[in-house]
Design a binder for this molecule. Structure first.
Ligand SMILES: Cc1cc2nc3c(=O)[nH]c(=O)nc-3n(C[C@H](O)[C@H](O)[C@H](O)COP(=O)(O)OP(=O)(O)OC[C@H]3O[C@@H](n4cnc5c(N)ncnc54)[C@H](O)[C@@H]3O)c2cc1C
Length: 351
């Protein structure tokens, strides 16, 4: 059982900044995210797009914002359960919560902060009748660890950045990589399309366009695929793995069954005070919540995280009085001596 002070569901920008705000209050944090990497929408949907409305940054790439947040929270050493979805919640007699993931990992905390954004991203699955039978037996919708495919035969399907990027990457790892796409044109970045064409010429990628995977063959594990080609008809390809990369669609998912008040696919919270839900001890912050006037922006999530952590502190330590300190005064323990700097500043100010 993983134990922490604030269990954060969702490692998007809101969840990551919650670690910082909690850390200032000396509260421990652990994050769960269904995606294999932190950053939420910023990492998954638009890492290379510039954002212009983060205060103090006239322009910053979404991926760089996530890297900066990871750097900022490093001193607080948060725990991560990645590539796994928070599935159920249970309240214990001592008032704490136990959240269990799809893979059965249990997390215990007195406070749960749901920073689930648009929900957990569910993979878009191709309509192949027996595909569910082969999940985790050669079929994967997200590549968590590319080493799994070392010296194996892999078929990737899709026409976007994810399918192209992984084809390029796995061409150096797998023994054989086939990319299947139903059109001749790709939706991904031009340089990736060109690189796949080069690798195809070099014989490192087997490219099959105007074709769709229609059948998965195998018994205990995938052994081959039946592919329907527009002009050539049925093709058989031997393979060890099939990875359809057709994008991810967000769904509120299991959190929707936790007894929380939901309105328009978002969690209702008390925005007159601390972003707590109808269940005391469970907060909802960032894109996942709703209240009158809500703006689904990164800066709203940052603000809500700060307020929520103050309330969580009072909940965990009802007898302690917390006096808010500026970071310029209190510093951030463990952050490259900045605390010392901050102390010096205070001394100077007093002198
Ligand atoms: C193309 C695009 C451009 C944008 N541009 C801007 C902009 O310029 N400025 C701006 O302020 N905002 C912008 N946004 C919006 C911004 O990205 C969101 O407001 C922000 O990502 C919300 O952060 P979050 O942490 O609340 O949620 P998210 O970023 O959605 O992260 C939530 C995380 O929770 C995880 N999760 C959900 N449910 C579960 C579960 N049950 N178990 C485990 N994990 C779970 C998800 O996997 C996800 O990683 C843009 C969005 C898009 C799509």
């Amino acid at each position: 059982m993983i134990k922490t002070d604030i269990l954060i569901i969702g490692a998007g920008p809101t969840g990551l900044f919650t670690v910082f705000e909690a850390g200032l209050l000396k509260l421990k944090t652990h994050l769960i995210d269904a995606l294999p990497q932190p950053g939420g929408q910023c990492s998954e949907i638009y890492p290379k797009k510039p954002i212009y409305d983060i205060p103090g940054f006239p322009e910053i790439l979404a991926g760089d914002l996530v890297n900066n947040l990871m750097e900022q929270i490093k001193p607080f050493e948060p725990g991560f359960t990645l590539g796994d979805r928070a599935e159920t919640i249970e309240k214990l007699e001592d008032g704490t919560f136990v959240v269990t993931t799809l893979r059965g990992v249990k997390h215990n905390a007195p406070v749960v902060a749901i920073a689930g954004g648009l929900g957990s991203f569910e993979p878009r699955k191709p309509p192949i009748p027996n595909i569910a039978d082969f999940e985790d037996k050669g079929v994967a919708y997200i590549i968590r660890d590319p080493e799994v495919y070392r010296d194996k035969r892999v078929v990737i399907a899709g026409g976007g950045d994810s399918a192209l990027d992984w084809t390029i990457f796995l061409a150096e790892v797998a023994s054989e990589v086939t990319l299947v796409h139903r059109r001749n044109e790709f939706r991904g970045a031009l340089d990736s399309v060109e690189r796949v064409a080069e690798l195809t010429k070099l014989g490192k990628v087997n490219l099959i366009t105007e074709a769709e995977v229609k059948e998965i063959k195998g018994d205990a594990h995938v052994t081959g695929l039946g592919i329907k080609h527009k002009t050539e008809g049925d093709i058989h390809v031997d393979t060890d793995y099939f990875i359809p990369l057709f994008g991810l669609s967000p769904k509120l998912g299991p959190i929707g069954n936790w007894g929380l008040e939901i309105e328009k696919n978002a969690i209702k919270v008390d925005n007159s005070y601390d972003y707590q839900t109808n269940i005391p001890g469970i907060y909802a912050i960032g894109d996942v919540n709703t209240y009158k006037g809500k703006l689904k922006l990164i800066l709203s999530g940052f603000h809500e995280a700060a307020i929520m952590c103050q309330s969580a502190y009072q909940r965990i330590f009802p007898d302690k009085k917390y006096v808010m300190k500026y970071t310029t005064v209190g510093g951030v323990e463990g952050f490259d001596g900045s605390k010392k700097e901050a102390k010096k500043e205070v001394v100077k100010a007093i002198v």
